[in-house]
Design a protein around this ligand. Structure first.
Ligand SMILES: [Zn+2]
Ligand SMILES: [Zn+2]
Ligand SMILES: [Zn+2]
Ligand SMILES: [Zn+2]
Ligand SMILES: [Zn+2]
Ligand SMILES: [Zn+2]
Length: 267
């Protein structure tokens, strides 16, 4: 479990490699990828489309690094490194050195020198090491004092091996690493679904606009408030289309035209 599961990091993930962007580039449709990931993706596909929204480009876009996004990524990486750098070795007595790993079993952080036995001694090699973290207790089961290395999908919580053998015995538990990878995939799927929904919505509005042109409708505006119908149930938000009256002074259009208002129920 590293800092890669925080919400800020998730927003900075490339949907191809599932890592934080390196040299981010933006497509004309507004999606971001690592430059190398997108180039490789296009080199290996017949047509040139966005891996996220599937928009096709007739010509392969010239990929320029999105400098603003790159700055955000750099800033974020720096912050993560700083947080890790603040973790010091628990064994060093004086002039404590920077920790390179934290051990979930020993519940301690170690500098390079003091980590060495964990890499050499067979009993210690089994200990679960993670990137240095300050709040080690958050990674330990409060009930069993063991590392939280599994994720219970039934309860949506992190559990230790004892939990998995006890309260969560017949539950679907998976190693944490696997779960965080799947979370990323789920997140990306949701993003794609939302984008698809927005595009459908835009298309719907465009269709309405087109048919409205036929009847010389010159203005439309969304009505925010939801009206109650006779049964007292909420109706969908409406989009009002106001008819133009030839020769009506602009200032009076809205009031005189309200007689000709057409309410179209979206959805
Ligand atoms: Zn990437
Ligand atoms: Zn796209
Ligand atoms: Zn040390
Ligand atoms: Zn240890
Ligand atoms: Zn436990
Ligand atoms: Zn459970």
């Amino acid at each position: 479990m590293s800092s890669s599961s925080d919400p800020m990091t998730e927003r900075l993930l490339c949907s191809i490699c599932l890592e934080v962007f390196s040299d981010p580039v933006s497509t004309p449709c507004g999606h971001n990828f690592c430059k190398i990931c997108l180039s490789t993706y296009w080199n290996n596909s017949q047509d040139c489309r966005c891996p996220n929204c599937k928009e096709t480009f007739k010509q392969r876009p010239d990929l320029k690094i999105n400098t603003t996004l790159r700055d955000v990524v750099d800033e974020h990486k720096k912050k993560c490194h700083e947080e890790q750098a603040e973790v010091v070795c628990d064994i060093c007595s004086e002039g404590k050195l920077k920790a390179v790993k934290s051990c979930l079993v020993c519940q301690s952080s170690y500098c390079e020198t003091h980590l060495e036995p964990h890499l050499r001694v067979s009993g210690l090699q089994k200990h679960k090491l993670i990137d240095p973290v300050k709040n080690l207790q958050d990674y330990i089961c409060q009930k069993h004092d063991r590392p939280l290395e599994l994720f219970c999908r039934d309860d949506h919580t992190c559990v230790c091996l004892s939990c998995a053998d006890g309260d969560h015995k017949n539950h679907n538990t998976v190693p944490l690493r696997e779960e965080s990878k799947e979370k990323k995939i789920q997140l990306l799927k949701t993003q794609t679904d939302v984008q698809q929904m927005i595009q459908d919505r835009i298309k719907k509005i465009q269709d309405i606009k087109h048919s409205a042109e036929f009847t010389r409708i010159f203005q439309y505006f969304p009505v925010e408030e939801q009206k109650k119908d006779t049964q007292g149930q909420q109706t969908q938000p409406t989009l009002m289309l106001i008819l133009a009256l030839p020769g009506t002074p602009k200032a009076n259009r809205r009031s005189s035209c309200s007689l000709f208002a057409i309410c179209i129920y979206l959805l």
